[in-house]
Design a binder for this molecule. Structure first.
Ligand code: KG4
Ligand code: ZN
Length: 350
């Protein structure tokens, strides 16, 4: 089954051809990072306009690199949400056009399910492993979720109640005068810095006695990063000489706090529940410190660890084509009827 995937949910224009859900024949990603950097974040109008300009060329390049003819395609898959409405619309319109022209099925894919699929691109993943019970940390710019896979179905175990981990890194990096996007900039700035320089909060959520807990998940599986950013802001206010002098130490301390908060929740879930595999996916899972901490945890718990390869952690279209290639996403008339869904949740398309 040969699937062309398109992804335009945020600031990456991407196309890929994937065979049977896991063999990536080609994948092309055009990042708009440089375009949005002066604004310190993604400007939706600029993003969609550049998707319109770049998607045709990126798609053609993916087809050329895969060495397949349009008629060889069995389906066209596209991200329908979550993401920026006007950006999603570019990919969805293109996918509809191609599918209609080729008379092939359209598959509407949830971006989050795409990220979850990307763990199957880990070369260490064994055949059939996708049926094993797994604990998956999904960490990106917009989402921070603990996801459980049982009997092949995904369930949200917990998520952030405020900022996503990537957002926390982006905001922390801005406070440290580092460029956008903050995650990779923070990682680079932290090189050689002392992670113990500043003791920043690793927030653990707790239900307060007498106050009803208002989320659909247990407090021990939730995350909160807004206090971390505020703690850094207060530290900088009280120690103005720390910038630029201690930038590396501050970046290392901040990065360590984010990684500890993430691995702490994973460790907690591993104590409470049984899994055969643990995994991490999403843009923040590119982070080398986080990968190292998860590797250490997996060793201690004697569990296999699947990490999406770095190029498939950040947004890409191979993960979207991948979902369709293993029978996921919405198909048939449902796919044609679906509208772009900016706030789509985890199980929205199944
Ligand atoms: O998955 P992704 O490409 O897009 C979303 O779906 O949000 O994730 C983007 C996020 C950004 O917040 C970026 O700062 C973060 O992933 N990121 C990293 C690294 N590379 C990207 N965070 C930490 N370390 C990295 N090396
Ligand atoms: Zn993403």
């Amino acid at each position: 089954m040969l699937v062309l995937g398109l992804e335009t949910s945020c600031d990456e224009t991407a196309a890929a051809v994937v065979e049977d859900g896991v063999r990536v024949r080609s994948h092309v990603v055009h990042s708009q990072v440089a375009l949005h950097r002066p604004y310190r974040g993604v400007v939706p109008e600029l993003a969609s306009r550049h998707h319109v300009e770049n998607l045709p060329g990126i798609t053609r390049q993916a087809m050329d690199e895969a060495g397949v003819d349009w008629r060889d395609l069995d389906a066209v898959a596209v991200t329908v949400g979550p993401g920026l409405a006007s950006s999603l619309l570019v990919g969805v319109s293109a996918a509809r056009g191609i599918a209609r022209r080729l008379d092939r099925p359209l598959v509407a894919v949830n971006h989050l399910e795409g990220h979850l699929h990307s763990l199957r691109f880990d070369p260490a993943a064994a055949p059939g492993e996708e049926r094993l019970d797994a604990l998956i940390l999904l960490v990106s710019g917009g989402h921070t979720c603990l996801v459980e896979r049982r009997d092949g179905a995904f369930r949200l175990l917990g998520q952030t109640v405020d900022d996503a981990a990537g957002e926390a890194l982006d905001k922390g990096a801005a406070l440290l005068g580092l460029p956008y996007p903050g995650g990779p900039a923070m990682e680079q700035a932290a090189d050689g810095g002392d992670p113990a320089y500043l003791d920043l909060p690793r927030t653990r959520l707790r239900a307060k006695t007498g106050v009803p807990w208002r989320f659909a998940f247990a407090p021990e599986f939730g995350f909160s990063f807004s206090g971390l950013k505020t703690a850094l802001r207060y530290h900088l206010r009280d120690h103005p000489d720390d910038l630029p002098a201690r930038r590396a130490d501050l970046a290392a301390s901040y990065q360590a706090a984010v990684c500890d908060a993430l691995t702490g929740r994973v460790a907690r879930a591993l104590i409470q529940r049984r899994y055969a595999v643990m995994a991490a996916v999403g843009g923040v899972a590119r982070n080398r410190r986080l990968r190292g901490q998860l590797e250490e945890l997996a060793r201690r718990r004697n569990l296999p660890l699947r990490l999406a390869p770095p190029e498939f952690c950040t947004d890409n279209a191979a993960m979207i084509a991948g979902v369709a290639g293993v029978g996921g996403g919405l198909t048939g008339a449902d796919a044609w009827a679906v509208d772009v869904t900016p706030g789509l949740g985890l199980s929205g398309t199944r």
